[in-house]
Design a protein around this ligand. Structure first.
Ligand SMILES: Cc1cc2nc3c(=O)[nH]c(=O)nc-3n(C[C@H](O)[C@H](O)[C@H](O)COP(=O)(O)O)c2cc1C
Length: 159
């Protein structure tokens, strides 16, 4: 399916993880089937404001820009925290209301993947079997929490 292929490619440049109207740029994520459900999983470090929002959330949405677009928005949402700034207002952006019971998306993107959280767990970095990844990604701690989301629906916006 096009949206899976395009999302996989776009993740290298970034997509927006949306929780309570706060966009956070993500580069990690994947599709798959588990518990016989089509899922999308995301990985959020403990230090992120988004992590604190997810503690009280049962859904998330991944808004995926069209290739080559929204570079400044991705950079802003990947360096600034929702703790300090309302990113959507600062970017003069707007939210796209959820259509499948997930979170509102970042308007102007190509796809909005609405998910219901099925499972969450903190990744124990010491279980990594490649030491180079441990030193590269966790020298300062700050582990990732993995959230497995059941895909509720995918909305297309900008063709
Ligand atoms: C291209 C890119 C990809 C990123 N991917 C992730 C990611 O997958 N997980 C993560 O926890 N942080 C990731 N970040 C860092 C967060 O986007 C960044 O810390 C952000 O300011 C956190 O926002 P928040 O405090 O509003 O949650 C990425 C940043 C960039 C620029």
């Amino acid at each position: 399916m096009d949206w899976m292929k395009e999302t996989n490619e776009q993740l290298r440049r970034g997509a927006f993880l949306m929780v309570n109207g706060n966009p956070m740029t993500i580069g990690w994520g994947q599709f798959g089937v588990i518990w016989n459900k089509q899922t999308f999983s995301v990985y959020v470090r403990q230090s992120r404001y988004t992590h604190s929002l997810l503690e009280h959330a049962s859904t998330f949405t991944v808004s995926v820009p069209k290739a080559g677009t929204m570079k400044d928005d991705l950079a802003f949402c990947g360096t600034r925290s929702g703790r300090d700034v309302d990113k959507i207002s600062a970017l003069h952006a707007s939210l796209l209301p959820a259509a499948f019971g997930g979170q509102d998306g970042f308007s102007g993107c190509r796809y909005h993947i609405e998910c219901r959280i099925l499972f969450r767990t903190e990744l124990d970095e010491h279980l990594l079997e490649d030491d180079s990844l441990l030193s590269r990604y966790y020298a300062d701690g700050d582990p990732h929490t993995m959230y497995v989301g059941e895909i509720l629906g995918v909305r297309e916006e900008n063709a």
